[in-house]
Design a protein around this ligand. Structure first.
Ligand code: ARG
Length: 302
């Protein structure tokens, strides 16, 4: 959908420098299948995966962002998906408890990094997969459930951060994490937060000086959750199934540049029309494990 406000007359979008935590894919492989993208006989080109991951790191650094890395541990082929290790807001870190037993030991490896970096990492009591399912936007936290992170964890994360958590029900196994179905384009909210009456204070709309902006694939959500998103983000970019299957919703935005899968062409056109600058980064080898750009990226919010 193209917003009626168009993009051509707006002031340029403003990027904000970010700090990201990534994990080099030294031990990346597809060795088990815990989502519909994974095949135990998947043929992963590890040299290509490494080059693709290095391209992502270079793209972040070239755009002024800081990249930290955690030590990759042998025997943990999914550890490259750093987003699942925690959610960090206001310098406080809420850790992970993986749904799949194969991934549980990752939490300990990341805990070592977080402790070393001076974070007092909270260990959740219920299954919770970090930024895979917990997406901070303004003073809210959007929280996915249905496949991995539980509603008990949503309650725990609300208590921990003291921010309103908005639970969203995921229904399509291909989009098993919230960050495969939705991403934040701009999390700068006006002081009074999200609009209460469903009218936009900006968002993706014309002439906005601030405001949360989101892109999502509506069909990944239950009807009720779709309605919640529609009310909170009336001007959101709505992606097609093809964009979602190309991992287009697994993007990272700094408020201006959107690091995005190159095959999400319809989404890329919409972003351009709204004044964002798409930066295509191809992580096709990681798609074989059900992950993309955002999955590989943990944002350390100060
Ligand atoms: N193979 C991993 C899993 O199924 C992929 C994780 C993708 N991460 C993400 N943030 N969506 O757990």
């Amino acid at each position: 959908m193209t917003h009626p406000g168009g993009a051509l007359t707006r002031a340029p979008r403003t990027p904000r420098a970010r700090r990201y935590l990534l994990c080099r894919p030294t031990h990346f492989a597809v060795e088990y299948a815990i989502n519909p993208w994974m095949r135990e006989d998947a043929d992963v080109d590890t040299a290509l995966a490494l080059r693709q991951w290095e391209d992502l790191v270079r793209a972040y650094r070239d755009h002024g962002h800081t990249v930290e890395t955690v030590r990759p541990a042998p025997g943990l082929p999914d550890m490259v998906f750093a987003a699942n290790s925690a959610v960090v807001v206001g310098g406080r870190a809420f850790g992970s408890l993986f749904h799949a037993p194969q991934r549980r030991p990752e939490s300990h490896e990341y805990e070592i990094w977080f402790k070393g970096a001076g974070y007092d990492l909270h260990r959740p009591e219920s299954p919770c997969e970090g930024e895979g399912d917990l997406v901070p936007v303004g003073r809210y936290l959007l929280a996915g459930t249905g496949f991995r992170t539980t509603r008990d964890a949503h309650a725990e994360v609300q208590e921990f951060f003291g921010r309103p958590v908005i639970s969203l029900q995921l229904t399509d196994p291909y989009f098993y994490h919230l960050d495969t179905a939705l991403f934040v384009l701009d999390d700068d909210l006006p002081a009074d937060g999200l609009p209460a009456d469903g009218t936009s204070t900006g968002g993706n709309g014309a002439g906005d000086a601030g405001g949360a902006a989101l892109a999502y694939y509506p069909e990944a959500f239950s009807p009720g959750s779709r309605e919640v998103l529609r009310q909170l983000f009336p001007d959101a970019v709505l992606a097609t199934r093809d964009d979602a299957l190309a991992f287009g919703l697994n993007s990272v935005s700094d408020g201006r540049h959107v690091f995005v899968a190159p095959r999400a062409t319809h989404l890329i056109d919409q972003l351009t029309a709204r004044g964002y600058v798409p930066v295509p980064v191809d992580l096709s080898e990681f798609h074989k494990a059900g992950g993309g750009i955002k999955c590989c990226t943990q944002e350390l919010r100060p």
